[in-house]
Design a protein around this ligand. Structure first.
Ligand code: HPA
Ligand code: ZN
Length: 324
């Protein structure tokens, strides 16, 4: 099965570029940029990655991003992830970035986007990996901050396919961003949102109905609501599920208890993704392996995750036909 999974072509739709910062690169950038980090070795950084919920992860994750300052840093970060994509047979990836994590520290929006974009262009040419960029709002920040971030994105509209919503779900429901998502849709961006990761099924309904999302990120709490399960099966609105993230953040106690196989068997358009692989112990192949080891899934069902991701991706129909 491992050889089969390794060879299987993959499409990633839920990946935070800041979440690909491996401790070794964190150390190198800290040295290069003379930024203090509260760890002595990369091993000590890894040892600190012992999370009990989403917030305990986010606190350490935003701290890690402080070493990213120059365009070259964002390039190096993105290029390292794309080399992992090549190793994992990822042929297409749709990448989240969180501009507010950087602009609030005085890093210019253009520094972030240009650094990431240069790596994406190089990967298209040299590695044959295609990609899209999705800009996320941090939902723990206010609506005004999201509106000004949206305005910053307008000059880069040709480089950014969609708008997403991430960070702390509890206490920051989709409703808080209804108006700014309406504006984003008017500007012609597609929309996605993290919903039903730690929050209730109601957040999934609200992401669909208030934010008009094209995909739900995570969405695993849908299984609490039979009506919602049926709506998702009928509409085929995709869920970008992140198995290792969910077990590391204790959304499920173990992979054996993860509902991804049940969601697939119910006919939902579910996909497998790595979320923040440097923090959660695995990239795409690792996520597929973890799921296949713990849950009763056939090879054709594992292939279905890739077929679902092709359909769920934001590439045009011609490009989808090539990948199928
Ligand atoms: N959930 C919410 N916010 C995030 C995540 C996540 O899984 N990863 C990075 N930011
Ligand atoms: Zn995520």
């Amino acid at each position: 099965m491992k050889a089969f999974i390794s060879e299987l072509p993959k499409v990633e739709l839920h990946l935070h570029i800041e979440g690909t910062l491996e401790p070794e690169l964190m150390f190198e950038l800290a040295r290069r940029n003379k930024v203090d980090i509260p760890f002595d070795t990369p091993e000590a950084v890894r040892a600190a990655y012992d999370f009990h919920n989403l917030q305990s992860f986010l606190d350490i994750y935003y701290q890690g991003a402080n070493v990213l300052i120059h365009e070259q840093d964002f390039f190096d970060l993105t290029w390292a992830y794309l080399l992992r994509c090549q190793q994992d047979n990822v042929m297409h990836t749709e990448i989240f970035f969180d501009p507010q994590t950087h602009t609030d520290r005085g890093v210019h929006f253009s520094t972030v986007v240009n650094g990431i974009q240069m790596a994406l262009s190089q990967a298209e040419k040299e590695l044959g990996i295609s990609s899209q960029l999705i800009m996320c709002f941090l939902r723990h920040l206010d609506e005004d901050a999201a509106f000004s971030t949206l305005e910053m994105a307008l000059p880069y509209k040709d480089k950014i396919v969609g708008i997403g919503l991430d960070s702390s779900e509890q206490g920051n429901p989709p409703e808080k961003f209804k108006r700014v998502f309406e504006r984003a849709l008017e500007y012609g961006f597609l929309t996605v949102a993290h919903a039903g990761e730690e929050g209730p099924a109601q957040n999934i309904y609200d992401a669909m109905d208030m934010l008009k999302v094209s995909r739900i990120d995570h969405g695993v709490s849908c299984s609490q609501d039979a009506t919602l399960m049926n709506r998702l099966a009928t509409s085929q609105l995709p869920l970008t599920v992140c198995p290792l993230s969910n077990t590391r953040l204790k959304v499920f106690d173990s992979m054996e208890q993860h509902n991804i196989a049940a969601l697939l068997h119910h006919g939902l358009c579910v996909t497998i993704n790595s979320d923040d692989p440097a923090y959660f112990g695995g990239y795409m192949t690792d996520n597929f392996n973890a799921v296949a080891e713990a849950l009763p899934l056939t090879r054709s069902e594992l292939t279905q995750f890739t077929l679902n991701a092709i359909e769920a991706s934001f590439i045009n129909d011609d490009a989808k036909a090539v990948m199928r």
